[in-house]
Design a protein around this ligand. Structure first.
Ligand code: FES
Length: 85
């Protein structure tokens, strides 16, 4: 199971983590990954000035928006799951 964690700390929340979460939920549904990808909220990852912060597995990504999360998801999630980009 691959875990995606989106920071919902106050700084990231103000920068749009709610919209990032909504987009990731859409992507998980679109690619029918519900059985192998879990989405969770997480509190401050200490990258506040660079939020929204997202963890995919053990990797941390910053400056994530509801727009650039699509490319991040398609690159990193498929890479983590299947070893391909
Ligand atoms: S609030 Fe998200 S990294 Fe600090």
């Amino acid at each position: 199971m691959l875990v995606i964690q989106v920071c919902v700390g106050s700084s990231c929340f103000l920068r749009g983590s709610k919209n990032v979460i909504a987009e990731i939920e859409n992507l998980i549904a679109h690619y029918q990954l519900d059985d192998i990808v879990t989405l969770k909220g997480i509190f401050c990852l200490e990258c506040c000035s660079e939020g929204v912060t997202v963890m995919i597995g053990e990797k941390v990504f910053t400056k994530i928006t509801s727009k650039n999360v699509v490319e991040l998801f398609e690159n990193e999630v498929f890479s983590a799951l299947y070893g391909v980009k």
